[in-house]
Design a protein around this ligand. Sequence first.
Ligand SMILES: [Zn+2]
Length: 295
Amino acid sequence: MGDFFVFEIIPDMFATSDGTRIEELARISGNDYCADCKFPDPTWASINLGIFICLKCAGAHRSLGVHFKVRSWELDTSCWTPELLHYISQRGNDFVNSLFEHDVPRYFLRPQDEKNSEAIRLNFIQAKYVRLEFITRKYPLESLSLGIQISKLPVFVSRVFAMPEAAKIGFFQKIGANSGKWQKRLFTLTGRYMSYFREDDDSFPVGRIDVTEAKLGFPSESGNYFSLKTKDREYQFLLDSSAQMIDWCHAIRRAKIFYSSFPSFGELKESDTFVSHFDQVSTLRLIYSIVHQVC
Ligand SMILES: [Zn+2]
């Protein structure tokens, strides 16, 4: 992780402290909310990025690797050299986010939105600063002294990612409506419908949820749970990993955004087979790609 993401060396931190000035920088509009999760009055700073962040996001930054350096501007009094304060004053939350959050897809889970924020927070911060999924190529990145090698940036395809996936399939658990117990089921997401099957060779699902009419939620502050609430019922799901949980939630949000925008697309009839529906959605993806010139 991060082998192509090398920041400039920050000047050594041995000069006199200047607590007043770092406090002034922290009060500037934009810096008064965490750059990543928007928590108010953040008390930490990323000194490689030049931004103000909250305690929880500082922990996530620290886990990204040795180039990510965080300090508490309340507790660390000896590191704020004039050079470092100048560096932070040239950056700040608004400017750095105009670069690193230039193109965040609407479906992408952000930590401030969700109750179960820790897995979502880490995924968002990794996507933002390590995988560079939301970055713009408009700015001459070298001039920002961030040391990113342009040739190693990911292909800029986030508009494609905003589309629904053609089809998604996987095993995870849901709470049975009658038993109240966790049951492993096969799930598919095709078009606007998430269906679940008792056995993987069953032809017909035992249940189907129209994701455009369901509200995605997180019933727990930890663990790999998510829920879908319809007007009749609240479904709860448990997945094997946070990566799998986020992957399914993103796919559901993509489908919800897309099929809410184009309600007549992807209508699944009872007579449709999985394969015919897959073909239909693939065709729609192609049309969408041409219309939006994302091919
Ligand atoms: Zn935060």
